[in-house]
Design a protein around this ligand. Sequence first.
Ligand SMILES: [Zn+2]
Length: 183
Amino acid sequence: MSTLHAVMNRSDVRGLLIRHTGAHASEDVVSAWESGLAGYSLAECHRAFVALGPAARRATPSEIAGRCDAARDRDTGEPTPVQSAASPRATSRDYYRQAGMLGIRAVYAAMGWKRNPDHDLARSVACPFCKARAWAVCGPLSRNRAGVREMRDPVHRMHPSRLRRAQTELERANATPEQETTR
Ligand SMILES: [Zn+2]
């Protein structure tokens, strides 16, 4: 379907939020979701919200983006309309997802969510300690094969080195916005 990767505009994003979270979305919230879901189509995001069921009301941009990615991975059997653009688009998607994390604290505050923003930030990368994949939660491992000990953080429930990695990547993404700097 040719509209699969059509980009959402601001009113699409607002409509998604009103429909699926049932909340009145302030401009800050819409902006944060708009950047967090940049590169995903309305149809993809709609399906991701629907798949969450009642949990959709508490969904975060990173959660929806992760579900869209998972759905794209599952769809590899179907021909992708813009195959040649896949690589730059993936880079751009990663960048926007990182940028979206910047606004996430504003979203949590505005929506009154009790979830921990560090938890979602840490989930955006793979865990260097327990090797949990991006978007998967950390396992209960407290000592790895190298004999290194690391307990999961009691607040965000991820291994601290994973959060540090996510923060480093976020800082790097902000320091060097998507550009060709090697010349
Ligand atoms: Zn871990």
